[in-house]
Write a protein that binds this ligand. Structure first.
Ligand code: NAI
Length: 338
């Protein structure tokens, strides 16, 4: 009798039944790359999210340990671990949201584009799994270079006949949390009170903070504008250098990813007025993908907002951003097409 009670599948079923009886909304979320620097902290934060009923942790190494550890947290979500390619399909089947931080991070002296050759292949394989096992899931893509991995994912989904542009979102939230933090410092405000739209892409000059649209309304001197823009664009490099070879942003990224995933889940639940910046299929510029504010709803990115009025400094920045973005998008698209 005791042995039967200790049978984990029975426990899991009971937990799910219990949750269903309580009428609590619950989404099934998978993290691919869950044993990594971002993945572990993100798994912790998603286990704490009351909107998550089932949390699948997939990696090619160490996912059983992370799963055992996280599963002892006394929060509602049922946690299951999956290890290696043969378990990818089981990890993905039935998921509502798939968050992908799998891949290698930057070392000092590397750009995000230097990661392309390794991460492009990883993202292709994982997205093929998504197309097969949970084609309607919302995908949050974190693996760099986001400016290229999102176009890669789009091509994989097109090939599989499952592409829904509203359900594929490149995660740029960390650029926004950095912008809110640095602008808060300059203005002497709690960053929670600050809202900086960051548009374009997620690498160097493609990261374009729109300081003329900061809320609460304020103005910056040309020196402040230059300092803030550069610091926001180089925020990732600041962390890479400080970590001195041990990787790139993981803790702030996990926070940002959890914030963005929560916004996606609130959208899926039907909450009104959920707006975040993300790198998505877009008609805001002539480029096929662009980061701007999007409204998240039951369908995913239901509305992509225009950029609004830009000042001269931002218009120049936009032209630079578009030039580099066009190349990165093309590189991603070619990776699958050729
Ligand atoms: P990490 O090396 O600590 O973790 C990556 C994890 O991915 C590892 O556990 C590894 O085993 C796993 N992995 C590798 N190949 C895999 C595969 N085929 N399937 C599943 N898992 C696989 O790296 P970290 O620091 O967590 O960064 C992950 C990615 O996120 C990097 O590409 C990094 O550049 C990117 N990143 C993106 C940011 C953004 O703002 N979008 C910010 C910071 C990092």
């Amino acid at each position: 009798r005791i042995a039967a009670h200790l049978n984990p599948p029975n426990f899991e079923l009971r937990r799910e039944e219990c949750r269903a009886k309580g009428g609590a909304p619950g989404f099934k979320v998978a993290i691919l790359g869950a044993a990594g620097g971002i993945g572990q902290s993100l798994a912790l934060l998603m286990k704490m999210n009351p909107l998550v009923s089932v949390l699948h942790l997939y990696d090619v190494v160490n996912s059983p340990g992370v799963t055992a550890d996280i599963s002892h947290m006394d929060t509602t979500a049922v946690v299951r671990g999956f290890l290696g390619q043969p378990q990818l399909e089981a990890a993905l089947t039935g998921m509502d949201l798939v968050v992908i931080p799998a891949g290698v991070p930057r070392k000092p002296g590397m750009t995000r584009d230097d990661l392309f050759n390794i991460n492009a292949g990883i993202v292709r394989t994982l997205c093929e799994g998504v197309a097969k096992c949970c084609p309607n899931a919302v995908v949050n893509l974190i693996s760099n270079p986001v400016n290229s991995t999102v176009p890669i994912a789009a091509e994989v989904f097109k090939k599989a006949g499952t592409y829904n542009p509203k359900r594929l979102l490149g995660v740029t939230t960390l650029d926004v949390t950095r912008a809110n933090t640095f602008v808060g410092e300059v203005l002497g405000l709690d960053p929670k009170m600050v809202d900086v739209p960051v548009v374009g892409g997620h690498a160097g000059v493609t990261i374009l903070p729109l300081l003329s649209q900061v809320k609460p309304p304020c103005s910056f001197t040309p020196e402040e504008t230059e300092y803030l823009t550069k610091r926001i664009q180089d925020g990732g490099t600041e962390v890479v250098q400080a970590k001195a070879g041990a990787g790139s942003a993981t803790l702030s990224m996990a926070y940002a990813a959890a914030k963005f995933a929560d916004a996606c889940l609130r959208g899926l639940k039907g909450d009104a007025g959920v707006v975040e910046c993300a790198f998505v299929a877009s008609e805001v510029t002539e480029l096929p993908f662009f980061a701007s504010k999007v409204r998240l709803g039951r369908a995913g990115a239901e509305e992509v907002y225009q950029l609004g009025p830009l000042n001269e400094y931002e218009r120049i920045g936009l032209e630079k951003a578009k030039k580099e973005l066009a190349e990165s998008i093309q590189k991603g698209t070619n990776f699958i097409k050729k």
